[in-house]
Write a protein that binds this ligand. Structure first.
Ligand SMILES: Nc1ncnc2c1ncn2[C@@H]1O[C@H](COP(=O)(O)OP(=O)(O)O)[C@@H](O)[C@H]1O
Ligand SMILES: [Mg+2]
Length: 396
């Protein structure tokens, strides 16, 4: 199974590109699911489905064409299916703390539940071998990063916090329940958490396997959008995911000559160049601005023809190397760059803002640093079998 994860800032065209990717895959014969993980679902709208008639907001994916299914993850439904016991306890706790029952129920939908629910599906569908490709139409960047970080967070919680909490609660429950105004979680709560965890177990390996999961960043050639895309690239890389393509959507077509758009054209040209050099060696692809919205199957098909070449397979694995990764070893931070082209003695290193710039011969690479490393300065560099390892240290 392949997973294609589309991420990017709000409004850049993630849903449209996801739909187009799904349509093309289905035409090629793949059993394809396009799944919307964005709470502000618009997948069904993109396919121009009538709400009452085609309700994608059920637990079951809905078939929209021969090999194509779509699914919008609905948190209220998910709570009924997966979260009842966990959510029941948390909302009763909020309720005891003085919130009205409705407020408590709303509050108990904590951040991450939606993402976690979608991961449950991904894992389930993978086990069932129900689809050949899942296209994930993600929420804007921040939430999609939470999505990919979720398995690691859960694992950490299950290893470090969960056993202790469960033990402590078992020990003190008889006393606390007599004295305090709230009830401690019943053991069934812990049972549910554990069961839930076992159901997402292994999904991190799916996400980190570049032969299974590829991230495609959708962006526009404008400053603020590009900056967010760069941050997303850093964090996806940090979480061990492989970005295999940057899609620049809404590029003004050549035949738009109106003077009104002249400045826009210049801006786009500038940022296209910047995108190309920043993300290199990850390929960039331009998608033109259409004369109309992308709504309905015909227009989605038209978009697919602009994005992909004839008969091109969007599920093909084209990149298996993360361009870089970060590691902390014995208190030293390291940036590891895949650099098969590098040879000894020709590496130039310097900092530019939050970026580490690495020059190897005539190739220059910008590595965006995560917050925790942004203040550090490059120290030594060494080559390890095609990987350039750069140490980063406190300045001074
Ligand atoms: N290349 C394009 N040309 C014209 N309209 C587009 C293009 N890409 C997306 N749109 C339109 O822009 C709006 C937002 O796109 P959407 O795919 O929903 O973005 P996102 O999912 O990133 O929020 C939609 O109305 C869509 O039809
Ligand atoms: Mg969307």
């Amino acid at each position: 199974m392949r997973i294609l994860l589309l991420s990017g800032k709000g409004g850049v065209g993630k849903t449209s590109v996801s739909a187009a990717t799904g349509v093309r895959l289905a035409e090629l014969g793949y059993r394809t699911l396009v799944m919307s993980v964005d709470p502000a679902h618009s997948l069904a709208d993109s396919f121009d489905l009538e709400r009452g008639l085609f309700d994608a907001r059920t637990a079951e994916p809905m078939r929209v064409a021969g090999n194509l299914w779509i699914h919008e993850v609905n948190i209220q439904q998910e709570i009924k299916r997966n979260w009842q016991r966990i959510w029941g306890y948390i909302s009763s706790l909020f309720h005891t703390s003085g919130l009205t029952e409705i407020e408590a129920e709303e509050m108990a939908i904590f951040p991450g539940m939606e993402e976690l629910s979608s991961l449950l599906y991904v894992n389930e569908f993978h086990k069932e071998k129900r689809f050949d490709v899942i296209v994930l139409d993600c929420a804007p960047t921040g939430e999609s990063l939470r999505f990919v970080a979720m398995p690691t967070t859960m694992k950490w919680y299950m290893e470090h916090v969960f056993p202790m909490q469960r033990g402590v609660v078992r020990a003190v429950r008889p006393i606390v329940n007599r004295l305090a105004s709230f009830e401690l979680p019943p053991d069934s709560y812990f049972g549910s958490v554990k069961e839930l965890f076992s159901r997402i177990d292994g999904v991190d390996e799916l996400l980190e396997d570049p032969k299974i999961t590829s991230v495609r960043l959708v962006t526009n050639a404008e400053k603020m959008v590009v900056r967010e895309t760069q941050r997303a690239f850093v964090y996806f890389s940090m979480h061990g995911l492989t970005v295999d393509q940057v899609l620049v959507n809404r590029v003004l077509p050549e035949d738009v000559e109106d003077a009104f758009f002249r400045e826009w054209r210049r801006t786009q040209a500038k940022f296209l160049k910047e995108i190309e050099s920043y993300f290199d060696p990850v390929p960039m692809r331009c998608v033109p601005l259409f004369r109309h919205e992308i709504i309905g199957l015909d227009r989605i098909r038209e978009l697919a023809r602009e994005i992909f070449q004839e008969k091109e397979d969007p599920a093909a694995v084209t990149r298996t190397e993360r361009p870089y990764s970060f590691r902390k070893r014995d208190g030293t931070y390291e940036v590891r760059l895949h650099a098969p082209f590098a040879t000894k003695g020709e590496v130039g290193l310097f900092k530019k803002g939050d970026e580490l710039v690495v020059e190897v011969g005539t190739v220059r690479r910008h590595v965006g640093l995560p917050n925790s490393m942004a203040g550090l300065m490059p120290g030594r560099a060494r080559l390890e079998e095609g990987t350039l390892v750069v140490e980063l240290k406190e300045a001074g």
